[in-house]
Design a protein around this ligand. Structure first.
Ligand code: SF4
Ligand code: SF4
Length: 470
């Protein structure tokens, strides 16, 4: 830490935080419940985050600018996305990169390279595809009708609180709610049709028909295992497979892909069990649901950037319902402004997919982009050609907000400061490199994972426990 004292004086730091005279104790205690009565009043159980530096904006006031005359429902015919997922499904990937992937994996197993051994690949391989198939209008569960009782009735406020409580139990740390209007309808693909009908149905032309009376959307976040994700990074120039990934670490991401549908199945089943509809209509993107309902902002990578979890969000999930919900407000935690100076993700991107421009722009970069946002559009094609995200996850791993407090409480100070002032954004972005988040782990660390102390290791998802475990 002493390396940084010369760059920003304690007084400057405290002054910018409005804490001059409060003592350093106040500066380090950046998680007071409330600073004043306004914050106390503004904070209700409907808030997605209860941290004073995360401000709630008015409904519809996003930290990403939208030109609603240009922004429209995503049309897959107009905006083809490169195929990006799975070990063999990556149609955009060059034959050379595909052959390299196979050689890299075989080399790792035969040479027993820590992080790439057979047991590492087996660990990763077992995490994929471990999830239920969910009908788009929710799973079959016991309904009030079947039970011979009236459906659940509650106020919109209490319903949102109830859904947050249930989805947290199912495994989603954050949950929000949206009231559907004409702008929100644009979050769905052109294949989604809203009409006056009682129940959702599909037609042979591929259209999904959604009842207009389903006026709310429940949103939730599935977290990705940040501790495991650190084991993916392979960017040591001396490594023969520089700028690819270790499958050992990718097990964390794959496991999140298995967790997300399990949570979705249970949340949708819960809504139906209350006697309401739960509809997962098609939307090619998911970040917009999180931004609108206050689960995240959209930063330089354009996917969900959470104040707590950074880019360690597998995705934002959602379902449309006729259960009346009190909507949650969009947030401003200073993240998208921080991204202007940070650029850490862009600098480690091996395919130049992520913009290095300081300011976001209205200009799209790839046919797969949906225009109408002032953002840092990604070039999806170059990412897919490189093999990302299957063979690269650098951007997610290095984001300063993707890490918890396991090395120092500094991260809560950073989060609190970024939400208060942007004077130190560049300083913090550089300082994060000090912690080594963008440095490949040693062979020993990869091997040691297999011998970690299971009594004290806090980062596995153990089923049957509460949040704490023991
Ligand atoms: S996955 Fe890799 S190639 Fe794709 S955008 Fe992220 S850093 Fe770039
Ligand atoms: S790494 Fe930096 S620029 Fe990229 S999303 Fe995270 S905060 Fe923003």
């Amino acid at each position: 830490m002493t390396n940084y004292h010369s760059s920003v004086s304690r007084r400057d730091f405290m002054k910018a935080m409005g804490l001059v005279g409060a003592g350093m104790g106040a500066a380090t205690a950046v998680t007071p419940a409330f600073r004043d009565l306004d914050e106390l009043t503004a904070s209700t159980d409907l808030s997605v985050y209860k941290k004073w530096w995360i401000k709630e904006n008015d409904f519809g006031q996003l930290t990403t600018e939208v030109d609603w005359k240009v922004f429209n429902s995503f049309d897959t015919a107009k905006h083809p996305m490169p195929v990006m997922f799975g070990p063999t499904a990556n149609g955009a990937m060059s034959a050379k990169n595909l052959a390299n992937r196979k050689k890299r994996q075989t080399d790792g197993m035969l040479n027993k390279w820590p992080g790439s051994t057979l047991r590492d690949l087996a660990l990763d391989g077992a995490t994929g595809g471990n999830y239920p198939s969910i009908p788009w209008n929710g799973p079959n569960v016991s309904t009030p009708e079947g039970r011979g009782v009236p459906r659940w009735e509650g106020t919109p406020e209490d319903n949102t609180i109830m859904c947050k409580a249930a989805s947290h139990f199912y495994g989603a740390p954050r949950c929000g709610a949206i009231e559907v209007d004409d702008k929100v309808k644009k979050f769905f693909n052109t294949s989604v049709v809203w009409e006056d009908t009682d129940t959702a149905y599909t037609t042979s032309d591929g259209k999904q028909h959604v009842p207009n009376k389903c006026k709310w959307i429940l949103t939730w976040l599935t977290k990705q295992n940040h501790a495991m994700n650190k084991y993916t990074l392979r960017n040591n120039p001396d490594d023969p497979w520089y700028n690819t990934v270790f499958r050992q670490g990718k097990a964390g991401e794959n496991q999140a892909y298995s967790h997300a549908p399990q949570i979705q199945y249970q949340v949708m089943g819960f809504l139906k069990g209350l006697g309401y509809q739960a509809i997962k209509a098609t939307a090619s993107g998911n970040t917009q649901f999180g931004v609108w309902s206050g689960l995240c902002e959209s930063g330089r990578t354009t996917y969900a950037l959470s104040p707590d979890y950074g880019l360690m969000v597998r995705y934002i999930d959602f379902c449309i319902t006729d259960l009346p919900l009190a909507p949650t407000k969009p947030i401003n935690a200073g993240l998208s402004v921080f991204c202007k100076n940070c650029m850490t993700c862009a600098k480690v991107c091996p395919s130049n997919t992520i913009s290095l421009e300081k300011e976001p722009s209205w200009d799209t970069k790839d046919p797969g982009n949906n225009p109408g946002l002032k953002t840092w559009y990604l070039n999806w094609t170059t990412c897919a050609e490189y093999g990302g995200p299957f063979d690269c996850v650098n951007c997610q791993t290095v984001c300063p907000f993707s890490h918890d407090n396991d090395k120092s409480a500094i991260h809560n100070i950073i989060r609190g400061t970024v939400g208060t002032t942007h004077l130190f954004d560049g300083f913090f972005a550089n300082m994060e490199k000090f912690w080594g988040y963008n440095t490949q782990l040693s062979d020993q660390v990869h091997t040691d994972w297999w011998y970690r102390d299971l009594e004290t290791w806090e980062h596995d998802t153990l089923l049957g426990f509460g949040t704490k475990g023991w």
